[in-house]
Ligand binder design. Structure first.
Ligand SMILES: [Ca+2]
Ligand SMILES: [Ca+2]
Ligand SMILES: [Ca+2]
Length: 224
């Protein structure tokens, strides 16, 4: 496969069998990782090459999911490719993620939570990506991924409250139930004031009062 070519098993997560050799030569291998469960073809794309797989000069693109509860990149141990014999290594390895629905959140910010650059294992005629060393720092209820759970996340939640469908973490649907509702508000309330450090934002009384008022208003809306 030459420059500009791309190999991508399945429409979503899938499996591909190659009879014979696979030479990636300047092409791209796009592999989706849907979850960290580790089951090839189900949790992530998987390619089986009967004879020789040569990754030399090929780019490996890892398509990773948006943040969500229960997704732990550090747990990832995904065999992406198995070959009769394996030669060459991927150069470069890039990480892509879907455009967050909250347009204020940069996809590169989401991708930055994954660091698989030095996590590829080529032993045993297999290509395996392991998340060991990847620190997942997305915190519950941090919708805008700025390492603090504060009034800005409350604003995101309020703006999307009771909106159904097309929701993701960055629109405050923390449990990915398809609606932003009182359960997501509870997640926010339970984590309100969390920060990775650097001082602010410790919740001030006025902010907490605002949260309480906002929460009560949201619950009233839900009951209507
Ligand atoms: Ca795929
Ligand atoms: Ca935040
Ligand atoms: Ca929800």
């Amino acid at each position: 496969m030459g420059a500009g070519g791309a190999l991508s098993p399945g429409n979503s997560v899938g499996q591909l069998a190659v009879n014979g050799d696979l030479t990636l030569d300047a092409g791209r291998m796009i592999m989706e990782i849907e979850s960290t469960g580790g089951v090839a073809g189900t949790d992530h794309d998987y390619i089986v090459v009967a004879d020789n797989a040569n990754n030399g000069n090929g780019e490996l693109v890892l398509r990773v999911p948006a943040p969500r509860a229960g997704l732990v990149p550090g747990d990832l141990n995904a065999t992406l490719l198995t070959a009769g014999t394996l030669t060459g290594t991927f150069t470069p390895v890039t990480v892509e993620c879907p455009q967050p629905l909250n347009g204020a959140v940069d996809p590169a910010t989401v991708a930055s939570f994954y660091d698989f650059s030095s996590s590829l294992d080529y032993s045993g005629d297999q290509v395996t990506v392991v998340g060991t060393g990847t620190t997942w720092t997305v915190h519950d209820a941090d919708a805008n991924l700025d390492n603090a759970v504060d009034v800005f996340d409350l604003a995101v939640l309020a703006n999307n409250y009771q909106v159904v469908g097309a929701q993701d973490w960055t629109t405050a649907d923390y449990d990915l139930s398809g609606i932003v509702d009182v359960f997501d508000l509870a997640t926010l309330a339970n984590n309100y004031g969390w920060t990775t450090g650097g001082g602010d934002p410790v919740p001030e009384p006025a902010t907490l009062a605002l949260l309480a008022i906002g929460g009560a208003a949201l619950i009233r809306r839900r009951r209507r």
